[in-house]
Design a protein around this ligand. Structure first.
Ligand code: S3P
Length: 166
């Protein structure tokens, strides 16, 4: 089976779902944000702070390119990975792209008090989430070949649903 790739907004559960899914499918799990943090020996927060978002986006693409050699993995991506068409093309080439669709209210709840996401470290973070979501949601829908609604579902439910559809 091909790589399985999870896309979706920050806080939609890509990493948590990815870990459980990989376990159930007996595959290795790759978290793109972790790959970047390990490879650069810096947290995502520090990369944004020291080099800015644009540099982070370049790193994101270069780490994605390394995935061409991978097979049979479960891969979770950063929420902004779909912003570059080039990245979406790579994702579609290397596997089945699954969008975890989570409604705004649930995202707010999951992201409340988060300190790890540089884009949300501001007083008007709710507004930022709303605006980013409006901009990105159509892109996630377009990039994905499979859409999973996560509302009111457990990680167990979500992973079972994905497995049935694969
Ligand atoms: C980002 C999402 C983050 C991380 C970075 C930027 C975004 O990943 O890549 O903070 O632009 O949505 P998660 O979606 O795993 O939080």
């Amino acid at each position: 089976m091909n790589n399985v790739i999870l896309i979706g907004f920050m806080g939609s559960g890509k990493s948590s779902v990815g870990k459980v899914l990989a376990n159930k499918l007996q595959r290795n799990f790759i978290d793109m944000d972790d790959e970047i943090e390990i490879g650069e020996a810096k947290s995502i927060n520090d990369i944004f702070d020291e080099y800015g978002e644009e540099r982070f986006r370049e790193l994101e693409t270069s780490y994605l390119e390394k995935l061409f050699t991978k097979k049979n993995k479960v891969i979770s991506t950063g929420g902004g990975v779909v912003l570059k068409e080039e990245n979406v093309d790579i994702l579609k080439k290397i596997g089945t792209v699954i969008f975890l669709h989570t409604p705004y209210e649930a995202l707010l709840n999951n992201l409340q008090g988060d300190l790890t996401r540089p884009l949300l470290q501001r007083a008007d973070s709710k507004e930022v989430i709303k605006n980013l979501l409006e901009k990105r949601e159509p892109i996630y829908f377009h990039a994905a070949s499979m859409i999973i609604q996560t509302k009111d579902k457990s990680i167990n439910d979500i992973t079972d649903e994905i497995i049935k559809l694969l």
